[in-house]
Design a protein around this ligand. Structure first.
Ligand code: AMP
Length: 213
């Protein structure tokens, strides 16, 4: 199965991709995670990427395409993949089509995780990662026991640097202007499937599996 996950920041792409990855044994390929890893490595490229990410802007199309094309050549992507956070611009979507055509591996679907704006803001401003377990939590939505479990064990609830309100606003604006047009792009090509992504993680996952059938 080869799919693209579309959706605004906070729509749950990473969470749903991880569940599907575990179920179907295909990798979640997240350009955001790869760029954060580059930033953490402290390389010159990583530092440049970090500045762009911290401002809520997009890293250049050529750079992310380079990262993605190398990643798609790896052995674990042979039997399929879930692209999370790529493509984000029409240029990236066109280049991805070309790349997959060359590989003889066209996309099966582009799945849009559709969420109301107010919920997005709470998901993003409330998002935290437990420093001990790496578990994704949310101060508004996670059960209190799960939040306390982390802090009681000596962990910290860490907020992503680009999850503060000002940066969130620019990320959502960038999504509207650059990425939202991809809904039309994939719809015109008969690839779009839409999932109502309001609700609990498992509920959304059920709906996600339904559209993949
Ligand atoms: P994410 O974790 O998907 O929200 O991505 C975090 C940040 O990484 C974004 O706000 C962008 O700065 C950068 N990024 C991730 N994927 C892409 C992409 N496909 N094109 C350009 N920039 C990206």
């Amino acid at each position: 199965m080869r799919i693209v996950l579309l959706g605004a920041p906070g729509s749950g792409k990473g969470t749903q991709a991880k569940k599907l990855m575990a179920d179907r044994n295909i990798p979640q390929i997240s350009t955001g995670d790869m760029l954060r890893a580059a930033a953490a490595s402290g390389s010159r490229f990583g530092q440049q990427a970090k500045e762009i990410m911290d401002a809520g802007q997009l890293v250049s199309d050529d750079i992310v395409l380079g990262i993605i094309s190398e990643r798609l050549m790896e052995a674990d992507a042979e039997s399929g993949f879930i692209l999370d956070g790529f493509p984000r611009t029409e240029k990236q979507a066109l280049d991805l089509n070309d790349l997959l055509d060359e590989m003889g591996k066209p996309l099966d679907a582009a799945v849009l995780l559709d969420v109301d704006f107010d919920i997005l803001m709470k998901r993003l401003t409330g998002r935290r990662t437990c420093s001990l377990t790496g578990k994704l939590l949310n101060i508004y939505f996670s059960p209190r026991e799960e939040l306390v479990e982390c802090t009681n064990a000596g962990g910290e609830l860490i907020q992503r640097e680009d999850d503060n309100e000002e940066v969130i606003k620019s990320r959502l604006e960038v999504y509207r202007s650059r990425t939202e047009p991809l809904i039309d792009f994939y719809s015109k090509r008969g690839k779009l499937k839409t999932v109502n992504a309001d609700g609990a993680i498992d509920e959304v996952y059920e709906r996600f599996l339904e559209v993949l059938q």
